[in-house]
Ligand binder design. Structure first.
Ligand code: SF4
Length: 192
């Protein structure tokens, strides 16, 4: 089996992705929480805490890079990357690409540094996310970092429905916006 560092955006999205990866028996999964896009910090901490509880139950190792100075730098880098395209819509090349790229780059670098065979992300499980966009970014980042990326569209074959079922079963907190301050404001004017 290959070792895999899985970029995880939150607990609900991680449920069905981890289940599928484990069922494949192809990977030994470690979760990596790197999401400086999530606003406000209380929401960030809530999603992280919920994820850690679930991972502990599933006996999945966890990593993040949350020492305080690094966290501030990550958030600054995120706002720098989306400057000028803040109000582009979710799924957009303008705003979401730099956001996703930043998170996948951090995952690939961490995976390389820690000698994982590959990396992946939970992000494609959301129906609001474009799997082609995410896989294209993942493959380019993998090539640049000399590590393999596991292409997927986890929402397919009932993946998204399974994540809803598992997160309900676990009585998880499910947020109603993607993560950034702009998606939070957009959600107030748009139904789920
Ligand atoms: S909507 Fe989601 S993916 Fe897009 S920029 Fe905001 S947090 Fe990132």
């Amino acid at each position: 089996m290959k070792t895999l560092l899985l970029h995880t955006c939150c607990a609900p999205c991680s449920t069905a992705v981890i289940e599928r990866l484990q069922y494949s028996k192809a990977y030994v999964v470690t979760a990596f929480f790197f999401n400086p896009n999530i606003h406000p910090v209380a929401e960030y901490e809530r999603r992280k805490a919920e994820l850690k509880v679930y991972l502990q139950k599933q006996n999945i190792p966890y990593q993040d890079r949350d020492d305080e100075t690094a966290w501030r730098d990550q958030v600054k880098a995120w706002f720098t990357d989306v400057k000028g395209v803040e109000w582009a819509s979710e799924k957009s090349r303008q705003r979401c690409e730099p956001c996703i790229r930043l998170r996948l780059q951090a995952t690939a670098r961490q995976a390389k540094q820690d000698d994982f065979d590959s990396f992946a992300t939970t992000l494609t499980i959301s129906p609001h996310k474009d799997a082609e966009q995410i896989n294209r970014l993942g493959l380019a980042i993998a090539e640049a970092n000399d590590i393999s990326f596991v292409e997927a569209d986890f929402k397919q074959d009932g993946g998204f429905a399974r994540s809803i079922a598992l997160s309900r079963q676990e009585k998880m907190y499910r947020q109603n916006y993607c993560g950034c301050v702009f998606s939070r404001l957009e959600r107030k004017t748009r139904p789920l």
